[in-house]
Design a protein around this ligand. Sequence first.
Ligand code: APR
Ligand code: PHB
Length: 388
Amino acid sequence: MRVQVAIIGSGPAGLLLGQLLHRAGIDAVILERQSREHVLGRVRAGVLEQVTVDLLDRAGVGERMHREGLIHDGIDIHFGGARHRIDFRRLTGKGVTVYGQTEITRDLMNARAAAGLATVYEAADVAIHDFDTDHPRVTYRKDGVSETIACDVIAGCDGYHGVCRASVPAAAVSTAERIYPFGWLGVLSDTPPVSPELIYNRHERGFALCSMRSRTRSRYYVQCSLDDSAERWSDEMFWDELRRRLDAKAAETLVTGPSIEKSIAQLRSFVAEPMRFGRLFLAGDAAHIVPPTGAKGLNLAASDVSVLAEALIAFFAGDAHGVDTYSARCLRRVWRAVRFSWWMTGLLHRFPDADAFAHKVQTAELDYLVGSEAAMTALAENYVGLAL
Ligand code: APR
Ligand code: PHB
């Protein structure tokens, strides 16, 4: 098989790239290790910057997002028993759209299937070769048969644990990482959200987040220890702990119900540089991971793909400037989003080794934030994606 672009990974990064290249007449195949159902079964976040919404529209997959997505003009931050609203619309003129990553993945998969574009699910033993030459190849096994794809470019959209970054010689890639000493226990429930907008809670028992997928489906998180397990938490234990970390009004109005998904996510900041190795281009979680506190993971993957699609379209038209500057352009935005996500995480979580001084400083920073137009504007600009 021969294609212009071999895309490894059928997450939001790989699917969105495939869609943007298809609309520009560039042929690409997607290889995915898991089944379609497995990929769709993952529960991930879903807060979109306007630039991501615009990109999904440009890719022709925005219709359901506009119909079912929720426009939010701000968030609440609760600490010390009081809630403080950060009014994005007033401070930046922009808002965000709440629309689950699973739904975006479904819309992209449906668009790809409708266009009859090739995706190989359950592709085993994917391996990439010769990406330091002008004739890269990808090999894999499907139903026990070995296959080879000849291509011009390989797009590594295979996430943090993927084969693409792992195939780069260690000396050619540098990494920077921060692993946080806690996790997020998340619950999805078909209950009405406790508040029309997200509430970020900083509490002495630990962080908590009130989010949603729709007006009838809620997503909640509580900070937990790294050695915890989701099985240890009954639904009742989860709701009790969440309620303890909310302000009085939210605790009173919280509607509980059976969890339809419950899992723990570790929090990590990670960046691999550069993001290009010859004819191999990394995008999304394959190159960087952010803790979910800043709601940047999906938006960063989308912005990488936006730059990469534009660069590849120019490359196949004979102009290599875009591919030559791809890594530098993306990393500038990546590090800004990494900083914001690290800052939000430090601001709102309880660190196991925090002493009274650290706790007081964190409180003082929150107090300064909600009392300063400039500080609230800085948070808002980063959250809506303006300052990245
Ligand atoms: N061969 C083929 N496919 C692979 C391989 C492999 N060796 N390794 C991983 N994959 C697939 C995974 O199964 C997954 O479906 O690559 C896909 C990577 O998708 P994601 O992990 O969703 O990464 P990305 O598309 O970059 O999306 C980033 O996901 O984790 C969130 O917060 C993050 O929102 C961000 C988004
Ligand atoms: C979510 O809805 O899952 C979500 C929202 C905002 C975050 C993280 C997760 O910062």
